[in-house]
Write a protein that binds this ligand. Structure first.
Ligand code: BTN
Length: 326
């Protein structure tokens, strides 16, 4: 018995006794107990009530390869598709895989992350089976130069997916945030963390990590350092497998264009979704801050900022763009 089989039984949110679970899986109660302990060790939340049995605190829809396929997930594009219950970080898992990988395309999903990472050293809050956390390994043959603008392209793919799922209010924030207006506030709907391994001047491997909020609860918001919103709060009713399949399908489409032609053909569409265009903003660089008006992006995906000293261009790096002068 695998712990994933146990979770599938508990996923309905109802109580199941040890006996019932053992019978369903053809194992002893002791074996069920052992797997429950593993869930506990993985920090997967479940309730245990004497006389009633075990349950997840609420019903969840788990990701599964079969359900993804049923929603048109592009399995054929990948050499490997992994779905894990819990990982420290899907980016970490993919970076490790990249060490032994030369040209394959791979993707891994986790139902939760115990050390999910955001940009600029931030934590990415990753509760169990609530949101979407995945990383994709995509080889690029021409080194780091070929991936300029990649994070914008990935953002655009997610924006397309959200439109297909019915979210009209999503916008993109340079270089790689997905935002949505929620209760009058620009709130974070998703983020992208791109990491590189290999030879930056030649063939390199790119790990594209995506976190998309599907259901942000009050208790999660308390742990997040900025206003966040989930697709559910924006009216999306599709289940997690469908959302995942739609997102990955658009991501593959965009990456195929990007691998051949770079960001240039995507620039117009990105600009239409630009949530900061024409707004006054502050760019936080590692050791300074620059104020200006956001004038969109150029064909390389650089930010065009109209500053006191004239137009300046910025590359996506360890920078952060904030609204207003504050
Ligand atoms: C950001 O906006 O700061 C980027 C967030 C990226 C989060 C995703 S979740 C899947 C992948 N694994 C990680 O540890 N981080 C990325």
């Amino acid at each position: 018995m695998k712990h994933s089989e146990l979770i599938e039984i508990l996923a309905d949110g109802n109580f199941h006794s040890g006996e019932e679970i053992g019978a369903a899986l053809g194992v002893s109660r002791a074996a069920v107990w052992k797997q429950l302990q593993k869930l506990e060790a993985m920090d997967i939340p479940f309730n245990s009530v004497k006389g009633k049995g075990y349950r997840l605190p609420e019903a969840v829809t788990l990701l599964s390869k079969e359900a993804l396929a049923a929603h048109g997930f592009p399995h054929a594009v990948f050499d490997q598709v992994d779905v894990s219950l819990s990982l420290d970080s899907t980016n970490n898992a993919m970076m490790q895989m990249a060490e032994n990988n030369t040209d394959g395309r791979k993707i891994c999903f986790a139902e939760m992350q115990t050390a999910g990472r955001g940009r600029r050293g931030r934590t990415w809050v990753s509760p169990f089976a609530q949101n979407l956390y995945f990383s994709m390994l995509w080889p690029f043959s021409q080194g780091i130069a070929a991936i300029q603008g990649l994070s914008l392209a990935v953002g655009l793919a997610i924006h397309r997916a959200l439109s297909e799922l019915g979210v009209e209010r999503a916008g993109l924030k340079w270089p790689n945030d997905i935002l949505a207006d929620h209760q009058g506030v620009k709130s974070k709907l998703g983020g992208i963390l791109i990491e590189l391994t290999g030879d930056v001047t030649d063939a390199c491997q790119v790990v594209i990590g995506v976190g998309l909020n599907l259901d942000v609860r009050i208790q999660d918001q308390a742990k997040i350092d900025q206003q966040a919103v989930g697709a559910k709060q924006l009216g999306v009713t599709a289940d997690r497998n469908e959302i995942t399949a739609v997102v990955v399908k658009h991501l593959v489409d965009v990456l195929e264009t990007f691998s051949v032609s770079g960001f240039a053909p995507l620039k117009g569409e990105w600009s239409e979704a630009d949530a900061f265009k024409g707004l006054s903003a502050k760019l936080v660089l590692p050791s300074s801050e620059i104020h200006g008006t956001c004038m969109g992006v150029n064909e390389k995906g650089e930010l065009i900022l109209d500053t006191e000293t004239g137009i300046q261009l910025f590359n996506a790096g360890e920078v952060s763009l904030r609204l207003g002068d504050a």
